[in-house]
Design a protein around this ligand. Structure first.
Ligand code: BGC
Length: 761
């Protein structure tokens, strides 16, 4: 419907405008009845609705389908699946009259210990961003908005409302902002949720650079920013920085501060008008797209969708032959999670699930030969020897033992980080004892984040279901018995032990500050750079069939600044079952310009193939795919030179490597003064000949004397390296009187060769 929002804002009183910038209650924006501005309802969340019941309390939510959590859906490596999940949640949101779903949650998994990792997607910003974009497109295809969260650098729960995430600019852009950037640019979420934490000292909610300059200025975000619940510290500063809506409500206290600031001239009313306009735009978009009458909820149909999604998210981590189980196999099911799966995490994303299906229930329904022994409970770390003995006996008597292990909810939840990376002791213990009597031992994991698996070498197979939603049991059954082939891939590295993780020394910080000293070396970027052994690498996941690649090729061997290159590869299902492969494309910078991780994921695609079937996949690469964030260049930059395009089954299984040359006229600024290193000038085609001439004139003296008496002491590589780092003033120190006198002229000649560079005198 055509509306004049500008006119509406003009008719609002100062108090009405300030009021609109905070919630009416926990879940609604304010209505302005006088002007027929309706309220809009928002609800969590990322993997199902937590919508408060009418007349119910804050934690009393309607029954809704609990879809697989972010940890699981990310393992699908499948944008189409994310769109499906989003569309299903969007349709439920339409049915209950929601304006905005509070998700997706895309914070980077900096440490496996973050209590909220189960909601988040990945340690890799590209994967997180592309999946989030697809989820947003799915929800918003139903005429319901999203709120991508938590913007930004909110990577731990410990002291989350005050801790400062301290990092350099490159790391911020390259790792922590990128998921938001990809999703905002591609999918245009209606809203963004700003996070609780501080960033380099100040609250994110008061950070104009990220919330206005970057989010709106660079990425073109047009919706409104809402605060995380209770995240606002200084309301007026936040409004100025670009935080439009405070949630939930401050009981009028902060609204009054906005009014006073305008009246006292500390806040420009135009800033308030902008925030109000953004909020009204979305409220009315919701009204225009809300279906009337509301469609019916179809929870049974959504439950089926949840089962299908869970099946496509599971990751087969290891299989030495125990899987898939033969249909008639005599199987022992051990572990409380077989009867009571852990399928979601605790906190604001908690869904009042419609119908929970366990693997045991599914096995019974299918008439499988399964004997169940609890062994250990699903909700706590508890060991009882008699129960252990029963489990070991059942395992020994069966053809196969399947242990359903995982983290109890008390180990992993919003609001608290994990203290260690282990499973409950009772579980590690029983797995080891069962494996000792049964060579066909399979471990099924229910966890939102990696756990140490000290028994991995002793068991035959490990199937990770992550937190797979309410129908996870049905999916587990289908995968165990080979009715479906596993096709998930790890969206995060599973390290051998906590001490190996990149931020081990800095997580979660001292209570005030978390120093991100590992920089851009997060996840596989770290393990690969340090050539460390890991339990299972990023991107890893097995199948019941096999895949091979052939004809990997680039459309051209050189990429230019504004051009693109197509990468193609043909994938073949070499096994005897249908299955899905995830082709992963990484880029490696071999120019040596900046410290770069050995490889970085840039694209991926999932393809489903029948036995013997082939399919060609294509990806497009451009300059951004080769780039890193260079603060000195004020943005993304790829140096000219050699790169490699890696096409792999996982980050550590790369069958195809294609060289790619990059050509650009952009160059990092070179400051020319007496302290400029000669190596930098010799690498630039414009300055190299000038310096070479000067060196030829006095090079002998520099070579002999530079850095002291080198004769007989240094040669070859070492000498070359020393010269590379020698500043121009060495002409004065070591070059002799003529060279010293010629230095000012040399500096001028070099500057003239680089007219665009900023020269320091
Ligand atoms: C969480 C958000 C959530 C909000 C509303 C906060 O505590 O951090 O993710 O959307 O509550 O439930």
């Amino acid at each position: 419907m055509q509306r004049n929002i500008h006119d509406l804002v003009a008719r609002m009183s100062l108090e009405e405008k300030a009021g609109l910038c905070s919630g009416a209650d926990f879940w609604h924006t304010k209505a302005v009845e006088r002007l027929e501005v309706p309220a809009m309802m928002v609800s969590d969340g990322p993997h199902g609705l937590r919508t408060q019941k009418e007349g119910g309390g804050v934690n009393d939510s309607i029954r809704a389908v609990c879809f697989p959590a972010g940890c699981a859906t990310a393992a699908s490596f499948d944008t189409e699946l994310m769109r499906r999940e989003g569309a299903a949640i969007g349709a439920e949101a339409q049915a209950v009259g929601l304006g905005v779903v509070l998700g997706p949650a895309v914070n980077i998994k900096r440490s496996p210990l973050c209590g909220r990792n189960f909601e988040y997607y990945s340690e890799d910003p590209t994967l997180a961003g592309m999946l989030a974009a697809a989820f947003i497109e799915g929800v918003q295809s139903q005429g319901v908005g999203t709120s991508i969260k938590h913007f930004c650098a909110n990577n731990q729960e410990y002291r989350r409302m005050t801790v400062s995430s301290d990092m350099d600019e490159r790391t911020l852009h390259e790792i922590y902002l990128t998921p938001f950037e990809i999703a905002v640019r591609q999918a245009r979420p209606w809203t963004v949720m700003s996070s609780y934490n501080r960033l380099n000292g100040g609250y994110v909610g008061e950070n104009r650079t990220v919330m206005t300059d970057v989010l709106r200025g660079e990425w073109g975000f047009e919706g409104f920013v809402m605060s995380d619940w209770g995240a606002v510290a200084d309301r007026v500063a936040a409004l100025k920085a670009g935080l439009d809506l405070e949630m939930p409500s401050s009981g009028g206290v902060n609204d009054a501060k906005i009014v006073a600031a305008v009246q006292e001239g500390r806040l420009d009313e135009a800033t308030l008008d902008k925030a109000v306009t953004r909020i009204l735009n979305i409220v009315f978009r919701h009204i225009d797209l809300a279906q009337n009458p509301r469609p019916a909820l179809n929870l049974d149909a959504d439950h089926e969708k949840a089962a299908q999604l869970a099946e496509e998210c599971a990751v087969l981590l290891q299989n030495r032959g125990a899987l898939p189980l033969a249909p008639g196999a005599k199987v022992a099911y051990i572990g409380g999670f077989a009867a009571e799966p852990r399928y979601q995490g605790g906190g604001s994303s908690h869904v009042n699930a419609y119908r929970i299906e366990s693997a045991l229930e599914a096995a019974k329904a299918k008439g499988r030969h399964v004997r169940y022994v609890e062994g250990f409970p699903s909700d706590r770390d508890q060991r009882e020897e008699a129960e252990f003995l029963r489990a070991i006996e059942a395992a020994a008597e069966a053809d196969v033992a399947v242990i359903f292990a995982g983290l109890p909810e008390s180990f992993e939840s919003e609001g608290a980080d994990r203290k260690h990376m282990r499973l409950p002791e009772a579980q590690d213990n029983l797995i080891a004892r069962v494996a000792a009597v049964q060579k066909n031992t399979v471990v099924v994991l229910h966890t939102g984040s990696p756990v140490e698996c000290p028994w991995a070498d002793d068991v035959s197979a490990v199937l990770c279901m992550y937190l797979g939603g309410e129908a996870v049991g049905r999916a587990t059954d289908a995968l165990l018995f080979g009715e479906a082939s596993p096709s998930g891939r790890l969206p995060e590295t599973w390290p051998l032990r906590l001490e190996d993780t990149p931020c081990y020394l800095d997580f979660p910080g001292d209570g005030h500050t978390a120093r991100y000293r590992e920089g851009v070396y997060v996840g596989y970027r770290w393990y690969d750079a340090r050539k460390m052994a890991v339990r299972w690498p990023f991107g890893h996941g097995l199948s019941y069939t096999g895949f091979s690649y052939r004809a990997a090729a680039l459309s051209a061997d050189t990429l230019t600044e504004d051009g693109s290159v197509t990468v193609s590869v043909t994938v073949r299902n070499t096994g005897e079952r249908a299955g899905s492969e995830v082709v992963q494309l990484y880029v490696a910078d071999e120019t040596g310009t900046a410290g770069r991780p050995p490889k970085e994921l840039r694209h991926f695609a999932k393809v489903t193939l029948n036995p013997g079937q082939e399919q060609e996949l294509r990806f497009t690469l451009n300059a951004r795919d080769l780039s890193y964030y260079d603060p000195e260049m004020g943005g993304w930059y790829a140096a000219p030179g050699r790169y490699a395009v890696l096409i792999g089954h996982s980050s550590r299984n790369i069958p195809a490597v294609l060289p790619l040359n990059f050509v650009t006229s952009r160059a990092r600024p070179l400051t020319i003064d007496e302290n400029t290193a000669m190596g930098d000038l010799l690498r630039d085609a414009r300055t190299a000949p000038i310096l070479q001439k000067a060196l030829a004139r006095s090079g002998a003296a520099l070579g002999e004397n530079g850095g002291g008496d080198t004769e007989g002491v240094m040669a070859g590589e070492a000498l070359a390296q020393m010269l590379d780092g020698m500043p121009l003033r060495a002409f004065t120190g070591f070059g002799g009187a003529d060279a010293a006198a010629a230095l000012p002229g040399l500096l001028q000649a070099l500057r003239n060769a680089l007219p665009e560079t900023k020269n320091r005198e």
